[in-house]
Design a protein around this ligand. Sequence first.
Ligand code: ARG
Length: 482
Amino acid sequence: MSLKNQPPAQAATTANANAQWGGRFAGGPSDIMQAINASISFDKALWKQDIAGSLAHAAMLAHVGIISREDEAAIRKGLTEIGAEIAAGNFAFSEALEDIHMNIEARLSERIGEAGKRLHTARSRNDQVATDFRLWVRDAIDGLDQQVASLMRALAERAREHAADPMPGFTHLQTAQPVTFGHHLMAYVEMLARDRGRLADTRRRLNECPLGSAALAGTSFPIDRKMTASLLHFDRPTANSLDAVSDRDFALEYLSALSIMAMHLSRMAEEIVIWCSSPFSFIRLSDAFTTGSSIMPQKRNPDAAELVRAKTGRINGSLIGLLTVMKGLPLAYAKDMQEDKEPVFAATDAAALCLAACDGMVRDMTANTQQMRALAGSGYSTATDIADWLVRVLKVPFRTAHHVTGRLVARAEAQNIGLADLTLAEMQAEEPGITQDIYSVLTVDASIASRTSEGGTAGSNVLAQATRWLDTLADHPTTAEG
Ligand code: ARG
């Protein structure tokens, strides 16, 4: 229904009470009540999980003798047919039936009669939705995990290709020391590995089955919760019925993990934007991952990267939104909790799209290695190598070496030349012990090759890191299209 232009005072009332719970209700809800109450427009996304949960519940009810084998067979057949109807787009979702649980249950009774009405024995929509939603988040985690692994592999492949290609390394976005492009890309592989770890932790903790907690207090029927838990591939049943129906921390943990991951993707996206920008020109994206300008024909805009950066806002917003819904709710279930789904769905869609876009851009980009190499040596980026040489060869204390190097940089800067262009005499004017040997550490390649400490940027290190990750990720399929 639409409430457009309809003042509340004149809101209509639907004639009939709810078919599922309307026993003690004489009239139906007002249109406004129905509009604010219904969740079917979005929770229909849970239909597969709802059917899976009901199949497990029915099998258990028959196993312990609460319903007959015949009823269970009829329920199984009915639910399977309803699943086919929904999959084919032939299911008429009804707002009057509020949510996915009652839409499916009402249709089941319509199809199979009495047996369908026995399905809701020893359960409530409260444990039902808690179960469905955990199943949904678990599936979403499994899907995203594959995507993260694919992106890690894309990065490690490009890193292997550019393991020894120099680029300027930055701190404060000021040229700091030369690093390799491969090293820079591998930094994101490490971040994404932790993101996967957070998703895996979330999955491990959420993998307990609320089904059988009923409305809040458990049930007087002799149910077998271990059976339903195991049929739905949960590790065990939840331990406290009040907690089970009212906890949504699994969803919050999931959104936290997605927010942190989105923050990483957003940083990567921001770097892609910077690297594409013409004063930098470190990389080029093809037509597949850029758009043109309607007025400036020369432009090639990295819109996909910008949108990855922006969609982080939506994901963070989902986390803050659900935290706000949940804070201060008394135990156990409250209808507020129906608002848990849309933020989780929205954040999942955004995260999946961001991962796909990053995966695509990383595979698509062409590195301008000449430009990166040229800039890697600018900005006195090898000054630290001079200081290190003074410490290593002349045994000058580092702090003193730092001052000497600072004066050498000032001399070079005053003449607008590089450090390697200073004469030996000029060098010796600042530190008489300096010999010709110091020039060997002033090149970008020498600087990079010397950084062999564990985790350092030396090409050999980067190649080893990238290869190790590619071995680890070998069994993961690529999820990117292009
Ligand atoms: N649609 C509801 C939700 O998503 C299902 C649970 C409703 N429970 C209830 N007692 N009204 O939260």
